[in-house]
Structure formats: C-alpha cells, structure tokens
Design a protein around this ligand. Structure first.
Ligand code: NAD
Ligand code: MG
Length: 379
C-alpha cells in the first residue's frame, strides 16, 4: 500500500491525483493541504479521511476546524503546518502540487524525512535544483516527475544507459497565441490568455504556457532532473500534444512517449513507478489524430524561452530571478495590474539588473526571491 500526501490537493494537479487514487486500489491518502479553498478540502477530508491536513491561510484553518467539529483529521495551519504534513511519518510519497516557490520548504523537509517526491511543483526545482538534487541522492529517495514532458522523458529513458543520451527534445503545444506577431501579443487580454488549447490547468501555469515561460521553466527542470547541459535540451512545438517529449541517443535513435493528453497518466506513472497500472482513461487512437506536426518555437516573439536558456547558462541565482520575476509578473497580470507583454519584459529587466551569486541554502534562495520582488517594485 502506497501512502501519499498531496501538497495542494485543491488545485488542478491535486484534484487529478485524487482521481487517480479513486481509480487505483492500493494508494491511500494520509495528508492533504490547501491555501484557502476549505469547502473543497472539507469534502476531500470526508471522502479520504486523511490523518492530517494543513491550510496555509490561518483564518481559513480556524474556520475549517469549526466546520469539521470532532472529526479525527487534525487541521494544521501556515507554513509549519505544510511542513508537518509533508513529513508525516506514515507517508511514503509526497505529491508536490502547490504552485510556485512556496513549495520549497515542504519539499526539502519531505526529502529530509525520507519521502519519495512526485514532483509537479516545477518552480521549486527550477529555483533550488542545486540544493534538492544532491539531497535526493544523499537521503536515498526518488524524484519522480509528474510534469507530462518530464514523465515522457523519464519513461523514454527506462532500461537505457543514461550516459548514451545525446539530447532530449521537450515538446510544447505553442499555447493559444502560436503564430501571433509581437504586435498581436500587445492586444492580448486576460480572458484570451486563460484559454489553453489542449490542457485544463491552474491559472498561473496556463498563463506560463501562453508566454512559453512554462517551457522555459521545463527546460531548467529537465536540466536538474536528468543532469543535462543546456545544449542537450531542445524544444519543438507540437500543437497536438500527443508526443509528450523525446530522448535522442548517441546512435541517432529517438524514443518518444505518446498518449492522449491527460495529466492523470503521468501522475499515475509517478505513483505506480516502476509498475504500469491499469485504468479506464481515454485511449489514444492514432487514426483519429491523423497528423502530428512539428515546428520551431518562435523565439523572437516569445522571449520567455530564450530568457530561460540565458538564466540556465548564467547559473547560480539567475534561474531564481527568472522564476520569481515571472511569479510576480503573472500575479500582477492576473489581477489586471499589468499588460500581457509586460510579463516577459519584467523578467528581462530583473535578470539584466541581477548580479549572479551562488545559493547554497533555502534561505539564500528565498533572499534572491525577495531581492527580485523588491527590484520589480521599482520598475
Ligand atoms: P492550481 O493553481 O490549480 O493549484 C495550486 C494548489 O496550490 C492549490 O491546491 C492551492 O490551494 C495551493 N496553493 C496555492 N498558493 C498557495 C500558497 N501560497 N500556500 C499554500 N498552498 C498554496 O495549480 P496547478 O495547475 O495544479 O499546478 C500546480 C503545480 O503543478 C505548478 O507548479 C504547475 O506548474 C505544475 N503543473 C501543473 C500541470 C497542470 O496540468 N495543472 C501540469 C504540469 C505541471
Ligand atoms: Mg508540462
């Protein structure tokens, strides 16, 4: 029996993880967390009976306690609560489905407590990969990718010699604005940016997908997960989202993973690994798809992708600036405080103003995040 904790169970990945649990016999939910959506969390508690839950918002945590009455699930609060859920003794896998760098402390704590990580929360690895990946080794735990592209790469590496990988090819749908000119991007509204052609996801990653910053984050995520150099990571636009990514070996063979676009598949692969578990999800019918197409990303219009390569090549604290500036800019765009094109402009400005330093601790990483947010107040 796998006993799992889901950090961010009320979000898109969190809810789909619970759908995987519904489909499988031998996965038990022992801990859940949410930011503030306590109505949904309450329903989840009543259905899955976890040992503990945590709510980031302290007022909401109090309200949830009142609503639950004398329920046997313990309700914790704040960041300490998240860390306690992430390190729950009886859990063996922690699904990190919170959005943003907020996942950093609980993820690090979970690794130290000997938990395997099913990683959806890419921002954590992008900003602290140099701290987290050595810890994964030191504590002898597994880092199992949930992001569909990284699950595809991981699946395409099974049984192969990692040293014989020449490069990886990360696929991108291109987002809702594929084919747009720079001028057209200036006109983009929040409503348009929130409509992704192939995937239904949380608001932040939907915006990131439209700017190609999500692909940029995924390139850096791939570097850390699979120990690759920037030159080994390519991106190709594949609008149908059927091939989820590919690995090219030294002999020129390319191995890919395909499937109907459904996040439950990579979530389930991470939770079942190394087994493949049966399910009733929609199957891919190639004849129905008809055509698979591929094209180069438009790096001139969508600057977020090359900025990620620049950040990765600069190394040290630069990927933290890339990510933190994006998190800030996207939240400002979501609250209608900036225009669409300012998202990548803000990342560019913050990176241009930043002098790279080495970050050796979570505190160092959070200090760079604070510097970035402070800098952006002044631009
Ligand atoms: P979401 O916005 O739907 O859900 C986020 C979850 O995190 C919610 O449960 C929310 O309560 C919690 N949360 C948000 N802010 C918080 C805070 N300050 N403190 C504590 N908890 C907080 O996001 P999502 O789309 O599920 O994405 C989650 C992560 O998975 C992201 O890192 C994203 O990049 C990654 N991811 C998502 C998808 C997808 O299909 N949605 C695919 C690949 C990777
Ligand atoms: Mg992805």
């Amino acid at each position: 029996m796998k006993k799992i904790v889901i950090l961010g169970s009320t979000g898109s990945i969190g809810r789909q993880t619970l759908e995987v649990v519904d489909e499988q016999q031998d996965i038990e939910v022992v801990g859940l967390t949410a930011n503030s959506s306590i109505e949904l969390l309450e329903q989840q508690i009543k259905k899955y009976h976890p040992t503990i839950v945590a709510v980031m918002n302290i007022e909401k945590a109090k309200e949830l306690r009142r609503r639950l009455g004398d329920c046997r699930t313990q309700v914790l609060e704040g960041m300490d609560g998240l860390v306690d859920v992430a390190t729950l003794t009886e859990a063996n896998v922690v699904v990190t489905a919170v959005v943003g760098m907020i996942g950093l402390r609980p993820t690090v704590a979970a690794i130290k407590a000997g938990k395997d990580i099913a990683l959806a929360n890419k921002e954590t690895l992008v900003t602290a990969g140099n701290i987290i990946m050595p810890m994964i080794k030191a504590y002898g735990v597994r880092m199992l990718p949930v992001d569909s592209e990284h699950s595809a790469l991981f699946q395409s590496m099974q049984g192969e010699r990692i040293k014989q990988i020449e490069s990886v090819i990360v696929t991108a749908s291109g987002g809702p604005f594929r084919g747009y000119s720079c001028e057209q991007l200036s006109e983009v509204t929040l409503e348009q940016a929130l409509k992704h052609p192939n995937w239904s996801m949380g608001a932040k990653i939907t915006i990131d997908s439209s700017t190609l910053v999500n692909k940029g984050l995924e390139v850096i995520e791939a570097k850390w997960l699979f120990d690759l150099t920037p030159d080994q990571i390519q991106v190709v636009v594949h609008p149908q989202s059927i091939i989820h990514s590919l690995v090219e070996y030294v002999d020129g063979s390319i191995i890919a993973q395909m499937g109907y676009p459904d996040m439950k598949l990579p979530i389930q692969y991470a939770l079942g690994y190394p087994d493949r578990l049966k399910n009733n999800y929609r199957r891919l019918k190639l004849a129905d798809v008809g055509k698979l197409t591929f094209e180069e990303p438009d790096r001139k219009t969508f600057k977020g992708l090359d900025l990620a390569y620049d950040a990765m090549r600069a190394g040290g604290s630069m990927p933290i600036v890339y990510n933190s500036a994006n998190e800030k800019a996207v939240s400002l765009f979501l609250s209608r405080d900036i225009a669409y094109k300012q998202i990548t402009e803000m990342i560019d400005k913050a990176m241009s103003a930043h002098d790279v330093t080495e970050c050796r601790s979570v505190e160092d990483v959070l200090a760079i995040e604070a510097w970035t947010h402070e800098f952006l107040k002044r631009v």
